[in-house]
Ligand binder design. Structure first.
Ligand code: PEP
Ligand code: MN
Length: 339
């Protein structure tokens, strides 16, 4: 349910209504548009009582029930776009298009440091790197776990880059939270509801990857799981979906950008690395994503892709990433954004 306030109201009027809603046991979320103020009501208690209690407020224009199943992630709840402040001036969802880059997996301290320095120089704001790897085979490299998280932190301290890393198990959320600025929920875990709820209890931003066979609605319902626990800092990520085409690793659904922007206020990031699976296709996919309105990109970079312990075939070398970054800057300018 949302409360639409009348046009000429003041702070006091908003406070009064907010206070009453909270007295009834609900949480509120205020969206202040150019002319309208909307108060989102979060919670599922006694609807009749809520409607009766608010009927007396003359500064309320109307009460509107939210039809979409994704109540918090949907546009009707919050009209303005969400901008997530990661700290150090890094904001996701604003005018700036944010580049996140780094290895698929953290392999050693030297590897992460050299990549962090290179991607920072090329304009990235966030360092990616997996310390817990969801590999198809249990015999493949599974990641360095806490040691890997420590290397990410070291690289972050040295370069000033923020960190994003995947958390796969609800039992690791507390540990990963000590080292990361953004939790990554992998495509395979998009519907791991226990994990979603656990990161939902934190304040840290969560990048939620679309499952390989998930619809937009399923992705938004997964976001809803995180948000319903109180964490509204959710970033959606399209990383390619499974189709009958098998030349590329996945099929990049770029139309997800305008569709998700239509349905939701949450920022959207594109992962052209996992979407294509081939380093020489990453650039085109990334450029298309920026032109289509993505709020950022997450790209795999490795100093020696042929020796990478994971996803070398889709990783960019330093020079390739740097060249791509300058090309992306030009596209961003044309569409009134910046990198
Ligand atoms: C990754 O980012 O390295 C990864 C495993 O991604 P996804 O969950 O999209 O497959
Ligand atoms: Mn990878």
């Amino acid at each position: 349910m949302i409360v639409v306030m009348k046009d000429n109201i003041n702070e006091k009027d908003i406070k009064k209504v907010k206070k009453r809603i909270e007295e009834l046991g609900y949480n509120t979320h205020i969206s202040q548009g150019a002319t309208k103020t909307i108060i989102g009501i979060i919670g599922d208690l006694n609807r009749e009582e809520l409607i009766d209690s608010l009927a007396a407020y003359e500064k309320i224009e109307k009460l509107v029930p939210i039809q979409e199943p994704f109540k918090l992630a949907g546009k009707s709840f919050k009209a303005e776009r969400t901008i997530i402040d990661i700290g150090n001036g890094v904001k996701i969802g604003g005018k700036e298009i944010i580049l996140m880059a780094g290895p698929c997996a953290v392999e050693s301290k030297e590897q992460v440091l050299s990549i962090a320095r290179a991607v920072k120089k090329a304009g990235a704001k966030i360092l990616r790197g997996g310390a817990f790897k969801p590999r198809t085979s249990p015999y493949s490299f599974q990641g360095l776990h806490e040691k890997g998280l420590k290397y990410l932190k070291t690289a972050s301290k040295e370069t000033g880059l923020k960190v994003i890393t995947e958390v796969m198990d609800p039992r690791d959320v507390e540990l990963v939270a000590k080292y990361t600025d953004i939790f990554q929920i992998g495509a395979r875990n998009m519907q791991n509801y226990f994990l979603l709820k656990e990161v939902g209890k934190c304040k840290k931003a969560v990048l939620l990857k679309r499952g390989m066979s998930a619809t937009y609605k399923e992705l938004l319902m997964a976001a809803e799981y995180i948000m319903s626990e109180g964490n509204h800092n959710v970033i959606l990520c399209e990383r390619g979906i499974g189709t009958f085409e098998n030349y590329t690793r996945n099929t990049l659904d770029l139309v997800s950008i305008p569709v998700l922007n239509k349905l939701s206020h949450l920022p959207i990031i594109i992962d052209p690395s996992h979407a294509t699976g081939h380093w020489d296709l990453v650039g085109s996919a990334a450029k298309g994503a920026v032109a289509m309105g993505a709020d950022g990109l997450i790209i795999e970079v490795h100093p020696e892709p042929s020796k990478a312990l994971s996803d070398g075939q889709q990783s960019l070398k330093f020079e390739t990433f740097s060249k791509l970054s300058s090309e992306l800057k030009q596209i961003a300018e044309i569409i009134g954004r910046e990198i």
